[in-house]
Design a protein around this ligand. Structure first.
Ligand code: NAD
Length: 297
């Protein structure tokens, strides 16, 4: 079992760190939010007052932060962790960030002989709680093999997508598709309901038909159709619209750089931006359902 520092205990990082404790690791946590730290202490983790203190003596550091600027602020610069970690400390960043940001952190780590892996995840808060996340890793083969037993404490499918940044590329492709599927699912449900159909009945029909997809099958956006999903608790918790917009922005920027046409992704980005601009940024992304049915708010 490893001595692990876990930094970033939000909707995803909290349950991920708790699963590492359950798996028998010695976990020290840090977050800017005291409440998040207290919750992990109750789950059996130790805590520290700074990221650097949490990482003291750790064999492995894992971060789960909102966006690229947070990852850079934790790792880079004179006060950043990479300047202070001993050589050989395994560093895993599971945040969803731009591939080039991940490559920049990897380069800074390489300069200090610190193995780094970008390892963004898929599976949502439900997957994080159940310990069945998909990890999509970018980095050297040796680093991947070293990280895999630790990632298995939090996930079920652990993929090696390629070199540094590849995990992030695969992740932003996946999330662009997820945004398109969630918007499409919401649109179809709203059309059926406007025609008098029961959303639960329509959902079951589409699940067993060619329209079945992850958003419909396990994350139904219509309130009350499925237990335990954000739609059934007023779109609280889950994966925030603001974070989905961040990921759609990453996909858009990447598409421009690579001359890759993404008309569906661009439309989804516009829809979610409009939705955020209407005051929904802090709701789960399945709240895009409300965009189609504002009268049902
Ligand atoms: P979140 O906003 O719930 O949690 C982020 C946490 O990071 C917060 O607790 C915040 O206090 C902490 N934090 C921010 N800056 C910090 C710093 N400098 N030091 C220490 N802690 C700091 O976000 P989340 O939903 O847990 O998502 C985290 C990452 O995972 C994002 O990149 C997101 O895109 C990705 N992701 C989220 C989901 C999901 O369903 N929520 C799914 C897959 C991937």
């Amino acid at each position: 079992m490893a001595k692990i520092a876990f930094i970033g205990l939000g909707n995803m990082g909290g349950p991920m760190a708790a699963n590492l404790v359950k798996a028998g690791h010695d976990v020290t946590v840090f977050d800017l939010s005291d409440a998040a730290v207290k919750a992990l202490e109750a789950d059996g983790a130790s805590s520290a007052g700074t990221a650097r203190a949490a990482a003291g003596g750790a064999e492995c550091v894992i971060t789960m932060l909102p966006a690229g600027q947070h990852v850079e602020s934790v790792y880079l610069g004179e006060g950043g962790l990479l300047a202070h970690l001993p050589e050989g400390t395994l560093v895993i960043d599971s945040s969803t960030i731009a591939p080039e940001t991940a490559r920049g952190v990897a380069e800074a780590a390489r300069a200090r002989n610190i193995p780094f892996l970008d390892a963004p995840v898929s599976g949502g808060v439900g997957g994080a709680k159940a310990g069945i996340l998909t990890f999509i890793c970018g980095g050297g083969e040796d680093t991947f093999n070293k990280a895999k037993p630790i990632l298995e404490g939090m996930g079920k499918n652990i993929f090696h997508a390629g070199d540094h940044g590849s995990g992030q590329v695969a992740k932003i492709c996946n999330n662009m598709m997820l945004a398109i599927l969630m918007a499409g699912t919401s649109e179809a449900l709203a059309l059926g309901v406007k025609n008098g159909l029961d959303p639960a009945v329509l959902s079951e029909i589409m699940k067993q038909s060619s329209g079945g997809n992850w958003a419909l099958n396990v994350y139904n956006p219509w309130p009350g159709v499925m237990d335990g999903v954000p739609a059934s608790r007023d779109y609280q918790g889950g994966f925030l619209v603001n974070l989905m917009n961040k990921d759609l922005g990453l996909a858009f920027d990447n598409a421009v750089k690579n001359h890759a046409p993404i008309p569906m992704g661009a439309l989804a980005r516009n829809l979610f931006e409009l939705h955020a601009g209407q005051g929904n940024g802090e709701l789960d992304f399945s709240s895009i359902q409300r965009f189609y049915c504002p009268e049902d708010k």
